[in-house]
Design a protein around this ligand. Structure first.
Ligand code: LMR
Length: 327
């Protein structure tokens, strides 16, 4: 009897310590921007919340600044299981679905609030699961902000960018947008943009205030046109196979952490971009040029042909639903 209870006690203790020592699930989250950007802040918040909700069960490792994987490699890494979360800009899903290209249509959304309304709509939510057959599940949309156009010379009207080389993200819509302006678009990973601008491989680029400031693009550009001609927003995606195999409590905790981190980051996005715009002004390296109504209309007209070209792939209904989000 004594012996049996001793064995039982040892077995229980063994189980207890094995449980205590069970290694947490390591969740790698890789992205390409700086920590002090809307995406960088949301990713760190996700880590904090996930580890708080699932103590000892998950360890979230965040890799900013293309440290682990840059553009071009991160989606492949996700599908191979080398990383569990990434949050590419919505311009970088071309190879997986034509529908998400709706977000790249120039001058479609009047501001990030309109983008938010569309993303929260039935049509916007449907896009999150549109790549499941490719092994990718979207868990949330994260905001950055409106894009501004910059170049290493004075620019104002659409004619002023004719013949200039612009760095673009890997998006066919953005390629068509610059071709419509008579410029020459070059797809380039985000990590290479600063050097590309500095050495003159490209003359200009389009990005948000927070990306321009955190990567110092304004230091190697002459003009930033306050064009607000498009958006940079993100979809946080995970590997469908990995996600579906997670224990139910872990999946639930990660989903909750994601929802809270999304709210946190999205609430911060506008203020980070506004603050970074002020810092760019204070740095006094690139000149910021505002557009009046007529100038803005000229840019809208010059970029308009892009819409027709991509409507068949995106779908007229989806474009309509996105437009309906404007006020
Ligand atoms: C870019 O490549 O310009 C952006 O998508 C980077 C980012 O993730 O904001």
């Amino acid at each position: 009897m004594k012996k049996i209870s001793r064995i039982a006690m040892l077995a229980a203790a063994g189980l207890f310590s094995a449980n205590l020592m069970a290694a947490p699930i390591v969740v790698k989250f890789s992205h390409v921007v700086a920590d002090k950007t809307p995406k960088g802040q949301a990713a760190l918040k996700f880590k904090e919340l996930a580890e708080k909700k699932l103590p000892g069960k998950v360890e979230v490792q965040v890799f900013p600044n293309s440290q682990l994987f840059g553009d071009g490699k991160e989606m492949e890494a996700l599908l191979l299981g080398d990383v569990q979360f990434i949050a590419p800009s919505l311009s970088k899903f071309d190879r997986y679905t034509k529908k998400i290209a709706v977000f790249d249509l120039p001058f479609l959304f009047q501001d990030i609030d309109a983008v938010d309304r569309f993303q929260s709509s039935k049509e916007g939510q449907k896009l999150l699961t549109s790549m499941e057959s490719k092994g990718i599940i979207g868990l949330a949309y994260w905001h950055n902000g409106m894009k501004q156009l910059s170049a290493n010379k004075d620019i104002l009207m659409p004619e002023s960018v004719k013949g200039l080389k612009f760095r673009i993200q890997a998006s066919d819509v953005l390629e068509a947008q610059f071709k419509a302006l008579g410029s020459s678009p070059q797809k380039m990973a985000f990590a290479e943009v600063y050097q590309g601008l500095q050495t003159g491989v490209v003359d200009g680029q389009e990005n948000t205030w927070s990306n321009i400031y955190s990567k110092k693009f304004h230091e190697v550009q002459k003009t930033i046109l306050e064009s607000n001609h498009g958006i940079i927003d993100y979809m946080v995606v995970t590997n469908a196979g990995w996600w579906k195999k997670l224990p139910a409590d872990v999946q639930k905790g990660l989903r909750e952490a994601m929802a809270e981190a999304t709210k946190y980051g999205n609430d911060l996005a506008n203020s980070i971009n506004e603050a970074d715009k002020k810092k760019i002004v204070a740095d006094n390296k690139a000149k910021i040029v505002k557009l009046n109504k007529e100038q803005l209309a000229a840019w809208q007209k010059a970029m308009a042909p892009v819409w027709k070209k991509f409507e068949p792939g995106i779908g007229a209904d989806l474009i309509k639903a996105a437009q309906a989000a404007n006020k």
